[in-house]
Structure formats: structure tokens, C-alpha cells
Design a protein around this ligand. Structure first.
Ligand code: EPZ
Length: 422
């Protein structure tokens, strides 16, 4: 396959208005949840990204009828024709969210065989909490030669105490509990916006989920889940944040529309602290930045703390702030690889285990760099937009996993960005 590179000539001020796409991490949870519905489901506002394509391939492999219009972002899923409950390794290794097919298939058919999922290489990503949760609902779950084999007949509600507020674990247990007999209570649940979106989707099908967005979620399972009306997924929190950071990075003036500003509070607070201006309206955020930025420090945390998925683009921005910033990555152990790449562009960084010390430099310069995962790719795009000269980003396929039309969106704001095939 021809190798693709992204070319960015930095130094252009981003200006204008850009619309954010539907959320990746909510889409990859709501698409498997369509398996739970006895009637065809219509899901709207889906982003046209690689992870959604993998989700479509997975549903089709299982036997579901999927009608997906990427241009409109609308998908119709009819799960009544599903005839198998295994996911092949070729699909599961392409996306972390493949693990959600365990919860969804187990809930609907009482069995699932899913190889341990792949996804971004950002550190250890065990699913022991997902498995613990399903066992608490009465499932028999084994790991055999790297494949999770789960059986249950039928699932019964139970108490699930998560050791950490895991996003994936919370989603998987919610999926499994949605058709279980009785009430499941998830303690120490994750509170991310996509957990609330999944709860709303399940409730729209007749399930009774309460407490999503707090750390205790109660799910009263219902055997007869049925989609009744189209459901639109929430806007992408991380794409919104990446565009806000790109605006600040180019000392631009950008309004991101179709977003939910309250999901962005942790980032907004840091951008204000750096000296940028942020104006919020009901469903848009404007970031305007003139002059230099102050260095700031932050730690990644579960929602509503600073999201790990924005740590990479944000730490790229800090490479040109005035002063020294300290960034602590609390969730994943390998999420500073973009900073090593950025040293080729003149960034001054020291990394000690989970802490990066970033000494701001006045100017980065373009270089050939390699994306090592999705958000590392986004961070290198931010770096390229700030740098003097041309930056070449290799491994663009990582960026395509989570950003829809990134070149078109940034070009429409004035960036000089293109893609070439070798
Ligand atoms: C989700 O990953 C997101 N992925 C990630 O987005 C995001 O970085 C992460 O949540 C944190 O917000 C999807 O939603 C598809 P976790 P997930 O379970 O569910 C540990 C992106 O760039 N843990 O909340 O895998 C784990 O090692 C991506 O869009 C266990 O130990 O994250 C980590 O340290 C990448 N055992 C912490 O919990 C478990 O069973 C949080 O992970 C589960 C998790």
C-alpha cells in the first residue's frame, strides 16, 4: 500500500468557523449497542472515520444489515439477521472498542467470542475490569489463546465495583446489563460525556439507566429493547479540543460550532491560564489568541479533569509557551512519544516516567516526524501548524482513525496542509 504523508507549512494564522463532527468514542459504543435493539436503529451524526468503518465491518461480519451513508453521517442497523457471535482477530485488533461487542453480544445472545482488542499503542490496556463486571452479572468468562469467551444464560443484575473509573469497563458493563434480569449497580463508574450519551441511547430503546454522569450508575435491564426514533450522537469532545488548541497554536481566531462547551471546561481553563481568550455560547466556542502564551502545568484525570486524549495536542502547544510547563500523564504510560518526535522540530523536553518537563522555545521548525498513535498524530499536526517551514507527518492512518476530514477543516481555516502518496 502506498505510504501517505501529511505536509504542513506552518505559520498560517487560523481564522474562521469550523463545525465539529460526531464523537468517535461515543459512536464506537453506540454502534454495538444497536445489536441490543429488536427493531432497526437509525443513528445520526456519526463521523466518517476509520473506527466507524471498522464498526460497520464488524456488524456486517456478525450478519447485521447495515446501511451507512458516510456523507450524511447516518447509519441504519438491522440486527435481526445476526447469525454469529464471534468477532475475527482481523477486526478486533484494529480498534480498542471491539471489546464492546462482548457486552452487547452477551446481552442479546448469551454468548460472545472476541479476541483481545487492539487500538492505539499508548500503554497497557487490560480489560480485567470489563471481565470482572460481566462475571458479577453471572457470565462465565474465560480467556483462551488471547480470545475472550463469554457465556451466560441468562444474565442477572448485580453489583459491580470498578477498581478504577474505566470508560471502556463502564460502557461494557452497561451494555451487558441492559437486557439482564434485575438491577445492576456500577460503583466508581466513569463519568465521561460518552457514558451519558450511551445511557441516553439505551433509555431511548426502553432501558432504564439512571445516574450516568455520576460515579454510581444503575441499570434496570429490559428484554424488549427497541429503537423507536433516530438517535444523534453527541459532538466530539476531543476534536473540539484539538481545534481549540490549533487555534491558539497559530495565534488565530476560530469558532468551533456544533460542540458542547461544558464538555470543554478543563481545556478552556488551561487556555485562559495561558493567556488565550475563550468565548462560549450555547453550542459554539471561540478561541482567540494574540501574543505569546504562558507555560502552564496540568495532570490528566478522568472526566471532568483534563482528558488524557487532549494531553498530546496540548503538550505540543506548550512547546512554544514562555517558561517551563510540567505535564503529568496519569492514565497511560506511553503517551509522550509525540514529544520525542517534536525534539526533531526543536522542542526542548525531558520525560521522567509519567512526567514531561517542557521548556518553551520561541519557534519550532519543520521536520519529518512519525505519528505513533491517533492523538500523537493530532499533536504533530498542531506542531506542524506552529512550525516555521514544512513538516512531514508519516503514519497518517492513525489520524484517520479519529478525525474526519482534518485537512479540509484546517484548510478552510487558512492552514497550508495537504496529503501526498509516495
Ligand atoms: C477510552 O479508552 C477511550 N477509548 C480512550 O480514547 C481514552 O484515552 C480513555 O478512555 C480514557 O479517557 C474509547 O473510548 C474507545 P479506560 P479505555 O478503560 O476505555 C486502566 C482516543 O485517543 N484499566 O478508561 O481503554 C487502563 O490501563 C482513545 O480516542 C485497567 O487497568 O480507557 C488505564 O490506565 C485512546 N483495567 C485506565 O484504566 C481495565 O479493565 C483508564 O482506561 C480497564 C482499564
Amino acid at each position: 500500500m502506498a505510504e501517505e504523508r501529511m505536509l504542513i507549512t506552518g505559520g498560517q494564522r487560523l481564522e474562521g468557523t469550523v463545525r465539529v463532527s460526531g464523537g468517535k468514542n461515543t459512536a464506537v459504543a453506540i454502534i454495538p449497542a444497536a445489536i441490543l435493539s429488536q427493531t432497526p436503529c437509525v443513528i445520526e451524526n456519526l463521523p466518517n472515520i476509520e473506527d466507524v468503518h471498522v464498526s460497520v465491518e464488524t456488524l456486517e461480519y456478525l450478519g447485521a444489515k447495515v446501511n451507512w451513508d458516510p456523507a450524511e453521517g447516518i447509519m441504519e442497523v438491522d440486527s435481526s439477521s445476526i447469525c454469529r457471535t464471534d468477532v475475527p482477530l482481523e477486526l478486533s485488533r484494529r480498534m480498542r472498542a471491539s471489546s464492546y461487542y462482548i457486552g452487547a453480544l452477551l446481552a442479546r445472545f448469551g454468548s460472545a467470542r472476541v479476541p483481545l482488542p487492539g487500538g492505539c499503542n499508548i500503554g497497557r490496556r487490560p480489560i480485567d475490569q470489563h471481565i470482572k463486571g460481566m462475571r458479577a452479572l453471572g457470565a462465565q468468562v474465560e480467556l483462551s489463546r488471547g480470545t475472550v469467551i463469554a457465556e451466560a444464560e441468562p444474565l442477572a443484575g448485580g453489583d459491580v465495583f470498578l477498581d478504577m473509573a474505566t470508560v471502556g469497563g463502564t460502557i461494557n458493563v452497561m451494555l451487558a446489563a441492559s437486557r439482564a434480569q434485575g438491577i445492576t449497580t456500577i460503583y466508581n463508574a466513569a463519568k465521561e460525556p460518552h457514558i451519558v450519551d450511551l445511557a441516553n441511547f439505551l433509555n431511548s430503546m426502553g432501558c432504564r439507566v439512571k445516574g450516568a454522569g455520576t460515579d454510581i450508575i444503575r441499570v434496570r435491564g429490559t428484554q424488549s429493547l427497541a429503537a423507536r426514533r433516530p438517535y444523534a450522537v453527541i459532538p466530539d469532545q476531543i476534536e473540539t479540543g484539538t481545534l481549540m488548541i490549533a487555534a491558539a497554536a497559530t495565534h488565530g481566531d476560530v469558532t468551533v460550532t456544533g460542540c458542547i462547551p461544558t464538555h470543554m471546561e478543563a481545556l478552556t481553563a488551561k487556555l485562559l491560564e495561558m493567556g488565550a481568550k475563550v468565548y462560549e455560547r450555547d453550542d459554539s466556542i471561540r478561541v482567540k489568541s494574540i501574543g505569546s502564551h504562558r507555560a502552564v502545568s496540568f495532570k490528566t484525570q478522568v472526566y471532568p479533569g483534563f482528558p488524557t486524549d487532549l494531553q498530546q495536542p496540548m503538550s505540543a502547544l506548550l512547546c512554544t509557551a514562555t517558561g517551563t510547563s510540567t505535564v503529568v500523564e496519569n492514565l497511560f504510560e506511553s503517551r509522550f512519544l509525540h514529544l520525542a518526535e517534536m525534539e526533531r522540530m526543536g522542542a526542548r523536553v525531558r520525560v521522567y516516567e509519567q512526567t514531561a518537563i517542557i521548556e518553551g522555545v520561541p519557534q519550532l521548525h519543520g521536520a519529518a516526524v512519525e505519528a505513533t498513535d491517533l492523538r500523537a498524530g493530532a499533536a504533530l499536526v498542531v506542531a506542524g501548524l506552529m512550525a516555521q517551514g514544512t513538516t512531514e507527518i508519516f503514519n497518517t492512518h492513525f489520524i484517520d482513525r479519529g478525525y474526519e476530514n482534518i485537512e479540509a477543516k484546517l484548510s478552510s481555516l487558512g492552514a497550508s496542509i495537504s496529503r501526498v502518496k509516495e
